[in-house]
Design a binder for this molecule. Structure first.
Ligand code: NAI
Length: 282
């Protein structure tokens, strides 16, 4: 496989959750691969930091402060991004929150909040991206006649990437709301893949294992308890992984790059599991 399959020069990517962790690492890597990156998040300060990282490395970034749980804000940002760069090739819907509560103590408001961000937030991004990609992509059969080999002027491609979680494979105490939202994301991914495949658009999920990000430091408001919880969980994950370590945001960014690029041109409706081997489902 020639490495040019990973080249995103001339392409446009929209990434939610780009102010931190996995989203930031993905934004930086896709920009490094040549894409113009639109970074979206509710954390405006974090967005500026990500954009600075990208621009300092010579890349191109735009920021879109928004709440992914607000459909109108997502639609507006995707429209603005597409108008700015004239195309949309990649949507990576990465923004999400952690929530942990036992089933018997879970309140309606917990479930509503987690589903609003971790499921509906992904759904809105997927819908906005798919509509835009369908509207701007030529009929896939018509591209057979395209002889232009300059990637900067090639017609838009279409890859939608969602962020699921290893919680879908392993379950665990407290994971009702979070796991239910991620299971819904997997179902969304498979369903959308079947519906937009005929337009030449691919849809895949990434289901990371335990990744060292700000999210995995936020389980507990008490700092000492948080550090103990973190170290305890990391220790379990390290023992469970044949590779003997937890993941870093860059591990997931490389999975996102693979799915965003032509290197995965025949891959759709799949769940990619960069989890250090902690779970090995069929
Ligand atoms: P993080 O906390 O570092 O980043 C999440 C980002 O999402 C933050 O920048 C936050 O501001 C943004 N965000 C949250 N709610 C938002 C909203 N309503 N509107 C806009 N932006 C919002 O977390 P991390 O670890 O990078 O997580 C990214 C994704 O990866 C999440 O979907 C998470 O569920 C998933 N994931 C993370 C794992 C881990 O171990 N860190 C494991 C499996 C999945």
């Amino acid at each position: 496989m020639p490495l040019t399959a990973y080249d995103l020069t001339g392409r446009t990517a929209f990434i939610t959750g780009a102010a931190s962790g996995i989203g930031r690492a993905s934004a930086v890597l896709l920009a490094e691969a040549g894409a113009t990156v639109h970074c979206a998040d509710r954390d405006e300060q974090g967005l500026h930091e990500t954009a600075t990282l990208i621009k300092t490395a010579g890349g191109t970034a735009h920021i879109h402060p928004l709440d992914v749980a607000d459909r109108a804000q997502v639609d507006q940002a995707v429209a603005t991004a597409t108008a700015t760069t004239g195309r949309l090739d990649v949507m990576a819907a990465i923004a999400g929150i952690m929530h942990s509560s036992p089933v018997l103590e879970t309140r309606d408001e917990d479930l509503d909040r987690v589903l609003a961000i971790n499921f509906k937030g992904v759904l809105y991004a997927c819908q906005a991206a798919a509509r835009t990609m369908i509207a701007t992509k030529p009929n896939p059969k018509a591209t057979d006649t395209c002889t232009d080999t300059d990637t900067r002027t090639q017609p838009p491609t279409g890859s939608i990437i969602t962020m699921a979680s290893g919680a879908v494979d392993t379950g665990g105490p407290g994971l009702l709301c979070y796991g239910a939202a991620k299971a819904a994301v997997v179902q969304l991914t498979k369903t959308l893949a079947t519906e937009v495949g005929p337009h030449g658009i691919r849809v895949n999920a990434v289901a990371p294992g335990w990744i060292r990000t700000p999210m995995t430091h936020r389980h507990d408001t008490d700092a000492q308890a948080q550090t103990q919880t973190q170290a305890h969980t990391e220790g379990i994950m390290i023992r469970m992984s044949p590779l003997g370590r937890v993941g870093e945001p860059e591990d997931i960014a490389h999975a996102v790059l693979h799915l965003a690029s032509d290197a995965s041109a025949f891959t759709t409706g799949q769940i990619l599991r960069p989890n250090g081997g902690v779970a090995m489902p069929w």
